[in-house]
Design a protein around this ligand. Structure first.
Ligand code: SAM
Length: 224
């Protein structure tokens, strides 16, 4: 069995398009990402556009990368896995907390009807909005603020994806989930957490603890 924790980079000499196809094959399909729409989106979004120029040659490396402001763009596998857990069909309204580079946002935008994304650091939000506009992705709405409060004006959401980690489930986000809606979020102490999926069934919230992950903290009223 190959070691999942051996972090490979693409073979030298590949174009970005070839690196993207290599990433889908060796980092996603190989590790059981199965949703064909997710694989297609990951094969289409140019990750190299979302990383700083100094990191561009590592854009398809099998890991997280720095994006400035002490934040990171998540590992491709983590982006694909979390997206797959939302089980998007194409007609959903999605809330994302932690826009970061905008890469995950772009993947969601390809798979859902509308994406509302909240980021606390204005410069990251603005940069992400510029890149998405350049890529002609026009179904994303940006907000700068404390995402631990959600974005109540546009609730309820069919799916909520949180890309930073809270010590416990942020109550406002649960409240903004539609009946039947799915939320995927890292929960746990600083440094290491569990990926948790919540499915709302009326007033009940079914919670499933999945794999261990390590995300930057959700800084806010219902976070750290
Ligand atoms: N999904 C992003 C991407 O593809 O680049 C990576 C996001 S990064 C791991 C987590 C982001 O959450 C950071 O940009 C951080 O500033 C943001 N964040 C932390 N606390 C937040 C909060 N309360 N509201 C909104 N964003 C927050």
């Amino acid at each position: 069995m190959p070691d999942r924790f051996f972090r490979a980079s693409p073979p030298k000499g590949m174009t970005f398009e070839e690196q993207r196809a290599w990433m889908v094959r060796t980092q996603l399909e190989r590790w059981a990402v199965r949703d064909s729409r997710v694989l297609q989106a990951m094969g289409a979004v140019p990750r190299e556009r979302f990383v700083p120029a100094s990191e561009r040659s590592s854009a398809y490396y099998d890991g997280a990368l720095p994006i400035g402001e002490e934040q990171t763009i998540s590992q491709p596998y983590v982006v694909a896995h979390m997206t797959e857990l939302l089980a998007l069909q194409g007609d959903e309204t999605v809330l994302e907390i932690g826009t970061g580079s905008g890469y995950q946002t772009a993947v969601l935008a390809m798979l859902a009807s509308q994406v509302f994304t909240v980021e606390r650091i204005a410069s990251l939000s603005q940069r992400a909005a510029t890149i998405l506009a350049e890529l002609k992705i026009d179904n994303v709405h940006f907000l700068v603020g404390d995402g631990s409060l959600g974005w109540p004006e546009h609730a309820p959401y069919d799916a909520i994806l949180v890309t930073c980690a809270a010590p416990k489930m942020p109550a406002p986000l649960l409240k903004q989930l539609s009946d039947g809606g799915r939320m995927v979020t890292p929960i746990g102490p600083r440094g290491y957490q569990d990926l948790v999926r919540v499915v709302r069934k009326g007033d009940a919230f079914e919670e499933e603890r999945l794999s261990p992950v390590a995300f930057v903290p959700l800084i806010g009223e219902h976070g750290w």
